[in-house]
Design a protein around this ligand. Structure first.
Ligand code: NAD
Length: 431
């Protein structure tokens, strides 16, 4: 039997054709993922789970539901919520579930057995409030804290609005906005926010002295078994955790905004972050429907900003040197490269773009690119002369007063794209 790794898995529930349940199947998924269940690279497999005293029967099923193997999983790994038979099917990076016979627990939370049941959000601005949606949607309790009380009030109002939108696009995993909202509360102090949390996400401003101060406070006040994760966009974790007693439990978990719509999140360890911390953070993110990228060691820009930075620098250079308009460059990405990139990365793109795969691609096409890289060495000051051209073109296309409206439009498009991707993955499972 192959094992699926937790980070291969995202989860959803509530496919047509079964009696679907609300709110907790995805919490069961992560246990399935943790344990590994029978699957192949193609086709869907399933498993029957049945509570039997303190044992749970685990029977992987073949593609069409025929038993192919037998075995047991350890007790208490399947949620207490799953009563009777639960049918799971999975396909590559996706697991969908219909619970055929189950009692209904719409308010269900992750159980004590789940890697994380309680989270704290420290700093409830733009990113903190967005993480709160992601965590609560996965069934974890969330306590928000911010040194500015009006920020947490603003966060709750924001979250309420977004949950309605997510429900409309079927992105709440079958939950109701009210049930997700009921998991989120505001703490009146950092200590109160941290009291129960085994996963803490820090989202304070991108200022090194602030991060150092906040992490010192978190390390002093959080539970001994809590992971302390920072959303920092660019600060290396070693720069603000070195002096801490609990530095092995500190790690960067860097989202792309907004994390409730963009699953990828970078896990970046410092040299002293323990493997256990990385693994627990990874499992939690998977359970929350994220697609974690785990860096082997810290590096400026992590992975995604290095990739994005290379593209943006070249975009500025092309405009600065008068080769193309701002809009033509956007067209090349929006109506060109990004169509593929919305469902595969550069390596898979190369692998599929030459008959013999990625090596064949490199042998055929490296020459085209080789010549370019020396031309790409010169830096362009993004805020220099070129910005006059870029801004003038952008403002002609989108007047400043329409920026906010367009941001709302962007988020709606992202929701539609995410819903489409989830639907596609479900179709590929054949479930
Ligand atoms: N905005 C993005 O697109 C984005 C994306 C990925 C990562 N990040 C990172 O997330 C972090 C937060 O960014 P943001 O955009 O949410 O900023 P923000 O300004 O919207 O929010 C920061 C919040 O932290 C609060 N705060 C300040 N000092 C605090 C303290 N000592 N204790 C508790 N709360 C405190 C502020 O009141 C504010 O509500 C930064 O490290 C940023 O680099 C941001």
């Amino acid at each position: 039997m192959n094992k699926i790794r937790g980070d291969d898995v995202t989860a959803t529930c509530g496919k047509p054709g079964g009696n679907t349940i609300d709110g907790y199947v995805e919490a069961a998924f992560c246990h399935v993922a943790d344990l590994g269940m029978g699957m192949g690279m193609k086709g869907s497999y399933g498993a029957l789970f049945k509570a039997e005293g303190n044992k749970h029967e685990f029977r992987p099923l073949g593609k069409h539901g025929a038993p192919v193997a037998g075995g047991y999983i350890s007790p208490n790994r399947i949620l207490w919520d799953v009563e009777g038979l639960a049918h799971f099917s999975c396909h590559r990076s996706f697991i969908a579930a219909n619970v055929l016979s189950s009692s209904h627990h719409p308010e269900c939370k992750m159980t004590a057995d789940h890697p994380v049941t309680d989270t704290a959000i420290i700093g409830s601005g733009f990113i903190g409030r967005a993480w709160a949606i992601s965590f609560a949607r996965a069934g974890a309790r969330v306590r928000l804290w911010d040194q500015a009380a009006d920020q947490t009030a603003g966060a709750l109002a924001y979250i309420e609005g977004v949950l309605e939108d997510l429900a409309r696009t079927d992105l709440l995993n079958g939950k109701t906005p009210a049930s997700v909202m009921s998991l989120i509360s505001v703490a009146s102090s950092m200590a109160e926010a941290l009291a129960e949390a085994t996963y803490v996400q820090e989202n304070t401003p991108e200022v090194l002295t602030t991060k150092k101060m906040v992490f010192e406070a978190l390390d002093g006040a959080a539970r001994a078994d809590a992971i302390l994760a920072s959303s920092t966009s660019a600060l290396l974790p070693s720069r603000f955790t070195e002096h801490l007693k609990g530095r092995s439990r500190c790690v960067v978990v860097h989202p792309i905004n907004p994390p409730y719509l963009i699953p990828a999140a970078e896990i970046v360890p410092s040299p002293w972050t323990s493997l256990e911390t990385v693994e627990r953070a990874r499992r939690f993110l998977v359970a929350a429907g994220h697609a974690p990228l785990v860096m082997k060691r810290e590096l400026d820009g992590f992975i995604m900003n290095r990739m994005q930075g290379a593209l943006m620098e070249e975009a500025f250079r092309l405009v600065a040197d008068g080769y193309a308009s701002v809009e033509d460059i956007d067209t090349g990405i929006r109506d060109g490269l990004a169509l593929r990139w919305s469902f595969m990365g550069p390596f898979e793109t190369m692998d599929l773009n030459a008959p013999g795969g990625v090596r064949d691609y490199a042998e055929r096409y490296q020459g085209i690119y080789e010549n370019l890289f020396s031309q790409m060495q010169r830096r362009v000051d993004w805020t220099g002369e070129v910005m006059n051209v870029v801004e003038a073109e952008r403002r002609a296309l989108l007047p400043a007063e329409h920026l906010q409206k367009r941001q709302v439009w962007r988020d709606k498009r992202l929701m539609a794209l995410l819903a489409h991707k989830r639907g596609q993955a479900a179709n590929e499972t054949g479930s």
